[in-house]
Design a protein around this ligand. Structure first.
Ligand code: C2E
Ligand code: CA
Ligand code: CA
Ligand code: CA
Length: 273
């Protein structure tokens, strides 16, 4: 049976060729977009749970692929990761987001970091370089990292986080609760914040089990004195509930979708008026 399976796999499959061709085309277009600076950044408000004021924004990369329309970062980030493009992409986003955030002195700026960037021993050096170049205050910058890479390389992760924190930037653990999150990591890596994944927040009003999971997760983080952001807040009820459970920062469509920089500026002007 095993032999037969192997034989079948080597049979010519035109659909697979087409997939590969499309992937190569996408990769080429992405490479050109990065080199040409044709990526955009959308900014999503981060909201103080107590006052509902906007206190920061998360930078989210956007790509409008010529002839195809918008492509989700969930599609092109993994491709950038496996084709050596992630560092250039990440550097572009970090620089652009820091530059843009300079006009918003009252806001913090969060930027996502891929494992492929984080793995590079020179990562902290280029963060330092961008901070210097853009003259943004380091403490206003938060780098959001996911746990996938950490579990495989705890030693290196700890070093990378230490070097970043030495620059004065904050480091947040993103998508917490979506994988095999271990609370042990929270303590040993010294995260400044955790962000609870949308999948944990989604059903808290419908499901007792989900609500208890969320409550337990937040309580654990708080017992380590780590502040918690809740992602994916889509309703006022969810906003009220997660605040009650101890989240100090809220993010989600209820407060604002990711939007162009101009709209963030407008919101700030309205808030000041
Ligand atoms: P993420 O870092 O967890 O970002 C949050 C995602 O949830 C964003 O999707 C955002 O638009 C979406 N979101 C926010 N609020 C809500 C809500 O209330 N409901 C729902 N249904 N969704 C909400 P987006 O922009 O499509 O990004 C997807 C993922 O792609 C991000 O997840 C992040 O992992 C990655 N990504 C985005 N931009 C970058 C980047 O510049 N660099 C890297 N390395 N990854 C990025
Ligand atoms: Ca994020
Ligand atoms: Ca997230
Ligand atoms: Ca996510």
């Amino acid at each position: 049976a095993k032999e037969a399976g192997r034989a079948r796999m080597t049979l010519y499959d035109p659909a697979m060729d087409a997939d590969r061709g499309e992937r190569n085309a996408l990769e080429l277009d992405l490479r050109m977009a990065i080199e040409g600076g044709d990526l955009q950044i959308a900014y999503q408000p981060l909201i103080d749970a107590a006052t509902h004021e906007m206190t920061g924004v998360e930078a989210l990369v956007r790509w409008n692929r010529p002839g195809h329309g918008p492509v989700s970062p969930e599609v092109f980030i993994p491709i950038a990761e496996t084709s050596g493009l992630i560092e250039a992409l990440g550097l572009f986003v970090l620089r652009k987001a820091c530059e843009t955030a300079k006009q918003w002195p009252e806001l913090r700026i969060s930027v996502n970091v891929s494992p492929g960037q984080f793995r590079n021993p020179a990562f902290a050096d280029y963060v330092r370089y961008v901070l210097k170049q853009t003259e943004i205050e380091a403490k206003r910058v938060t780098l959001e990292v996911t746990e996938g890479y950490m579990i495989q390389n705890p030693q290196r992760t700890r070093q990378a986080i230490e070097r970043l924190k030495a620059l004065g930037v904050k480091v947040a653990l993103d998508d917490f609760g979506s994988g095999f999150s271990s609370i042990g990591y929270l303590r040993q890596f010294g995260f400044d914040r955790i962000k609870i994944d949308r999948s944990l927040v989604m059903d808290i009003l419908e499901s007792d089990r989900q609500r208890e999971m969320l409550q337990a997760t937040v309580a654990l983080a708080r017992s380590l004195d780590i502040p918690v952001t809740a992602e994916g807040i889509e309703t006022e009820e969810q906003a009220i509930a997660v605040r009650l459970f101890g989240c100090d920062t809220l993010q989600g469509y209820f407060f604002g979708r990711p939007m162009p920089a101009d709209q963030i500026t407008e919101r700030l002007m309205q808030a000041r008026a």
